[in-house]
Ligand binder design. Structure first.
Ligand SMILES: Nc1ncnc2c1ncn2[C@@H]1O[C@H](COP(=O)(O)OP(=O)(O)OP(=O)(O)O)[C@@H](O)[C@H]1O
Length: 528
C-alpha cells in the first residue's frame, strides 16, 4: 500500500468509500436488533456511496467474500501487525488486494500471501483490522442482510421497495440492481424485465409437518409429486435453448436431452420451471447421486447421456409466447404449462378441494412415496410466482426429515482414513448470523466423498492444529439423524443423535442452511 493503480482509479471518483466507514456501519448494524434502524443505517451508507462501490459494499457487509477462497490461514491472519493511526484504506483498494490474494498460486504462494496480508493489515486501523479478520475468516455474517439492503436502497433512492425486490429477483443479483439504482435512480428498475434467455431465481418452498397442516393452510390447492432431482429452468427462444440450475449456472451443454425436449415442444418462446431426474426403465427414480453426476460433470456428455439418461419434468411456466406470467395465479400459469407441455413431461398432481378433501391429498402422497419419490409439494392455486423467495404458498411434505448444516471444522482421520478429513463438525445458523455447533459425524461418507471433502475443506481452512482443521463456514451438507438429545457440551443445549451425511448441497449457500430456531421448534418435546 498504497497500490498505485487502485489509488489512481479511486481519485477520479470523489465518493470512493473508506473501509473505516464500512467497518463502522457493519458494527452498528450488528449491534442493533431494530430492523428499521438497520434500514436507516444502510440507507445513509448507500446515499453516500459511489454506485461502483456498492457491489463490493453489500457482500462485505453481509460477510460474504465475492472472491470465494483466499487461501489464507489463521496463522497468517493472527500475526500481530501494528495498526495504522488514521483510516486511509478505501473499500476498492481492499477489494483489489483481496482479489489479488485470491489469485496467488504456485511456488512461494504462502510467503506472497503472508506479505499481502501484512501490507493490508499494516494499512488498516485497529477497528478495520478487526473487521477484515471477521470478513476473511467468515466469522462475521449478517443474516438477512440482503433483505434489509433492499429496503435501505429503496429509502436511499425513493424507489418503492416492492419494485426493488422484483428487480432483484429478475436480475438474480442484488448487487447489479443496487449499482444501477444508485447510478441512474428509480428509472433504472425498468431495465429489469423477465427476458427469455436471462435466468431468474426460482421460487422455493416452506416445510409443512403434514399434508393436513398444508391443506389447512392453503385451502383449495394442487398436490404435486416432489421429485428428488435437480431444479432446472428451461429457456427457449426460437432455436436457442438454455438450461439453468437453481444457482443460475448454465448447464445447457451437459444435458442435451433438455435441448431436444425443448425443441420438440410446440411453442417458440418460453421459460419453464421443473426438475430433471434419472428414471429407470420402470419409471422409478434412480439414486440422486446418478442424477447429480449428470449435472455435475462435463466429461464425455454423450456416453453419460447414454448410461444415465435424464428426463425433464415441468411444474410451472414463467413466460409463454413473450407473455410474462409471473404475476398470474398458479392456476392460470399451470393452464399455460398444460397447453404447451404434454402429460409425461409434467409432474403428476391432483387438485384438492380444501380440508374436506384431505383424504385425496393423503392418498396422493402415499401413492407418490410408493412410486419411489420423496414427498409432495402442496401449492396454492391463486398465488403468483415469487421468484427467489421461499413463498408461503408452496409447502413441501416429506416423511424423512434431513437438515442442511454447515461444516465448521473437520478432524484428520485415523487408520484407513489417515490423511483424509473425516469427522465433520456441524453447525446450524443462529439468530445473530453465527453458527452454533450441533454435533459431529464421520458416518455416511463414501470414499469419493471423503476425497472430495478433504480437498474442498483444505481450500477453506483457516486453522490446522494437527488434529482439527477449522474452515470458513461455507460448505452445506445434508444430514440425516434420529432425533435430538440434550447436551450441555453444545451451545444450543442439544446435539443430534446418529447424525450421518446424506450428500453435499453445493447448490446451497451457508446463509440458506437450517437454523437452530427451526430445529428446536421441530423438536419441542426434547427442549421442553
Ligand atoms: N413439484 C415440485 N414443485 C416444486 N419443487 C419441486 C417439485 N418437485 C421437486 N421439487 C424440488 O424441491 C425443491 C423445493 O424444496 P426447497 O425449496 O425447500 O429446496 P430444498 O431445500 O432444496 O429442498 P429439499 O432439501 O427438501 O430438497 C425445489 O427447489 C425443486 O428442486
Amino acid at each position: 500500500m498504497p497500490r498505485r493503480g487502485v489509488r489512481a482509479a479511486c481519485a477520479m471518483h470523489h465518493g470512493c468509500m473508506l473501509l473505516s466507514r464500512l467497518a463502522q456501519v457493519s458494527q452498528e448494524v450488528a449491534a442493533t436488533s431494530a430492523r428499521s434502524r438497520k434500514i436507516g443505517l444502510l440507507a445513509e451508507l448507500f446515499r453516500d456511496a459511489d454506485a461502483d462501490d456498492v457491489p463490493i459494499v453489500i457482500p462485505y457487509l453481509a460477510g460474504r467474500l465475492p472472491q470465494g477462497r483466499l487461501g489464507v490461514g489463521w496463522k497468517v491472519l493472527s500475526r500481530p501487525v501494528a495498526p495504522a493511526a488514521e483510516p486511509a484504506l478505501t473499500v476498492r483498494e481492499v477489494h483489489a488486494l483481496l482479489t489479488e490474494l485470491g489469485e496467488v498460486s504456485g511456488t512461494g504462494a504462502q510467503e506472497r500471501r503472508a506479505r499481502l496480508v501484512g501490507e493490508l493489515m499494516a494499512a488498516a486501523t485497529a477497528e478495520e483490522q478487526r473487521f477484515l479478520l471477521g470478513l476473511i475468516t467468515g466469522e462475521v455474517r449478517q443474516g438477512a442482510l440482503d433483505a434489509v439492503a433492499v429496503e435501505g436502497l429503496a429509502r436511499a433512492t425513493g424507489a418503492p421497495a416492492a419494485d426493488v425486490r422484483r428487480a432483484v429477483m429478475l436480475a438474480g443479483s442484488l448487487q447489479t440492481v443496487a449499482q444501477a439504482l444508485l447510478a441512474r435512480g428509480p428509472e433504472a428498475l425498468e431495465g429489469f424485465r423477465l427476458t427469455v434467455g436471462r435466468p431468474v431465481l426460482p421460487m422455493l418452498a416452506h416445510t409443512a409437518a403434514s399434508v393436513s397442516e398444508a391443506v389447512d393452510k392453503l385451502g383449495v390447492c394442487a398436490v404435486e409429486e416432489k421429485l428428488d432431482g435437480i431444479r432446472v429452468q428451461l429457456h427457449r427462444d426460437g432455436d436457442d435453448v438454455r438450461v439453468y440450475t437453481r444457482t443460475l449456472d448454465d448447464i445447457t451443454d451437459r444435458l442435451p436431452e433438455l435441448t431436444g425436449a425443448a425443441l420438440d415442444l410446440k411453442g417458440e418462446r418460453f421459460i419453464l420451471d421443473g426438475e430433471v431426474i434419472a428414471l429407470d426403465g420402470a419409471g422409478r427414480p434412480r439414486s440422486f447421486q446418478e442424477t447429480a453426476g449428470r449435472v455435475g460433470s462435463r466429461v464425455d456428455v454423450v456416453t453419460a447421456a447414454r448410461t444415465v439418461p435424464v428426463s425433464p419434468v415441468f411444474f410451472d411456466a414463467l413466460s409463454v409466447d413473450g407473455q410474462d406470467l409471473l404475476d398470474l395465479p398458479f392456476a392460470e400459469r399451470h393452464a399455460e404449462l398444460a397447453r404447451l407441455v404434454p402429460e409425461p413431461m409434467r409432474v403428476r398432481r391432483t387438485l384438492v378441494d380444501g380440508p374436506a378433501d384431505l383424504s385425496a391429498a393423503e392418498r396422493f402422497l402415499a401413492d407418490t412415496l410408493e412410486r419411489g419419490h420423496e414427498g409432495v409439494v402442496i401449492k396454492a392455486l391463486d398465488a403468483p410466482y415469487s421468484a427467489g423467495r421461499r413463498g408461503a404458498s408452496w409447502l413441501k411434505v416429506k416423511p424423512v426429515h434431513t437438515l442442511d448444516l454447515v461444516v465448521l471444522a473437520a478432524e484428520w482421520g485415523h487408520g484407513r482414513r489417515t490423511g483424509k478429513l473425516s469427522n465433520l463438525h456441524l453447525g446450524a445458523r443462529d439468530a445473530d448470523g453465527s453458527f452454533a455447533m450441533l454435533g459431529k459425524t464421520f458416518k455416511g461418507m463414501t470414499d469419493a466423498m471423503l476425497a472430495w471433502q478433504t480437498e474442498r475443506l483444505r481450500e477453506l481452512a483457516v486453522e490446522d492444529d494437527g488434529h482439527v482443521v477449522t474452515v470458513r463456514p461455507e460448505l452445506v451438507v445434508e444430514i440425516a439423524y434420529d432425533g435430538l438429545q440434550r447436551s450441555t457440551r453444545y451451545p444450543a443445549g442439544v446435539t443430534l443423535r446418529f447424525a450421518r451425511v446424506v450428500r453435499y448441497r453445493e447448490d446451497k449457500a451457508a446463509a440458506e442452511a437450517d437454523t437452530v430456531a427451526t430445529l428446536l421448534a421441530a423438536h419441542r418435546e426434547v427442549t421442553r
